[in-house]
Design a protein around this ligand. Structure first.
Ligand code: ZN
Length: 105
């Protein structure tokens, strides 16, 4: 039976190191580059921010698939929504707001 106990290489420190390495690996954000502003961002954070802005009506994954940061995705969705609303106003299907139409068409 071996009686060698090297400080730092016996079971406990390795085990502790292993747990630290494991927990860090699981908390490192997945950083990807935004396809719109080229800034790195964390997909899970962007999804949370996007969903808390728009709720269940629109889905970040479906709309952007992790390819746009929260700021870009939110402003893109707002601009799509406002453009769509302006078209609906032009068609007479919503109360016409000239300022809105001027801004978004
Ligand atoms: Zn962006």
């Amino acid at each position: 039976m071996s009686s060698i106990q090297l400080p730092g290489i016996n079971g406990t420190p390795i085990h502790v190191f292993g747990r630290l390495a494991w927990s860090r690996a699981n908390s490192i954000p997945v950083m990807v580059t935004c396809g719109m502003c080229q800034e790195p961002f964390d997909v899970e954070e962007a999804r949370d921010e996007y969903q808390s802005e728009f709720g269940e009506g629109v889905d970040y994954g479906e709309q952007y698939g992790g390819g746009a940061c929260a700021d870009c995705a939110i402003s893109d969705t707002n601009s799509n929504y406002n453009t769509g609303l302006a078209i609906v106003m032009m068609n007479g299907d919503a109360d016409y707001d000239d300022e809105h139409v001027q801004n978004y068409l």
